[in-house]
Design a protein around this ligand. Structure first.
Ligand code: SAM
Length: 256
């Protein structure tokens, strides 16, 4: 009979090979490089370095933007006791606001950069984090009330966003919602991002990460294929129910 050690040895190379040979996705490479560059440049202020890596220029903006995220979630039904999944959670702009506000419930934040997740855990010790490099939601079937993500599909290929949408449907409870922000060419305010990208392309110098735009019709198609109802949209500058988000918002409902 083969010893346990021998049996383990025959298995280990499979793990080693798969981990080493899988090339990381563009967004994983780009965000890891961006976070590490910021931390190297600002060793005395890691919280600000991480906030800047996820798009907040000051800690004041980090806090007010996080509060804006939570206002959107509350408008769409967030209450205590829910199970929520923050896809591409970064260092916890939303999580830290939930924590400050004393929200009670199960929070799971997933991201592709370990340093961002470590900061979220440091700031919000009771919240769960998941490192996940695949376009999947790490939660059992029908276990979540909300899956949300801010400025994440803005950095992915459409196919990656499509796969995340399909898996969010699986992981949501009946009656659950996926809520997310996106960039679109129909919104004049988003031209700034589009034009910066064009400048990079014109001079042949790659941007530090992909900025992806989506069309509402593509989101309708993603939603339909996944099984969601017709999406609802909020313009980025609409401040009727919560502070203007700036990126456009989509809400996808899984019927009860
Ligand atoms: C602009 S930041 C937004 C962070 C956070 N959602 C917020 O609003 O504070 C984009 C986030 O997406 C994460 N990300 C990049 N590629 C990803 C992927 N393939 N799957 C999930 N998250 C990803 C990045 O690491 C980063 O934390």
């Amino acid at each position: 009979m083969r010893s346990l050690a021998k049996r383990l040895m025959t298995r280990l190379p499979r793990f080693g090979r798969s981990a080493a040979s899988v090339r990381q996705s563009h967004s994983v490479q780009d965000y890891r490089a961006l976070v590490r560059k910021k931390l190297r440049r600002m060793p005395d202020n890691p919280a600000l370095a991480l906030a800047q890596a996820i798009g907040a220029d000051t800690m004041e903006n980090f806090v007010s933007q996080g509060d804006g995220h939570v206002a959107v979630l509350r408008h769409h039904g967030l209450v205590d006791g829910m199970a929520i999944y923050d896809l591409g959670c970064g260092c916890g702009r939303t999580a830290q606001s939930l924590y400050r506000q004393g929200w009670q419930g199960r929070y799971i934040g997933a991201d592709v950069v370990p340093e961002l997740l470590a900061e979220l855990s440091r700031q919000c010790p009771d919240y769960e984090t998941r490192l996940n490099l695949t376009p999947t939601i790490l939660a059992p079937n029908a276990s979540l009330d909300m899956v949300f993500h801010w400025s994440v599909f803005t950095h992915l290929y459409p196919g990656e966003s499509y796969l995340y949408t399909a898996d969010a449907f699986r992981a949501l409870k009946p009656g659950g919602k996926m809520i997310f922000s996106f960039l679109e060419l129909e919104e004049a305010a988003h031209d700034r991002v589009w034009n910066v990208n064009l400048d990079h392309l014109r001079i042949g110098r790659p941007a530090q990460h992909l900025d992806a735009f989506l069309h509402r019709d593509w989101i309708r198609r993603f939603a339909r294929d996944a099984g969601f109802a017709e999406p609802r949209f909020t313009d980025g500058l609409d401040e009727t129910h919560h502070p203007a988000f700036w990126q456009s918002l989509a809400v996808l409902d899984k019927s009860a």
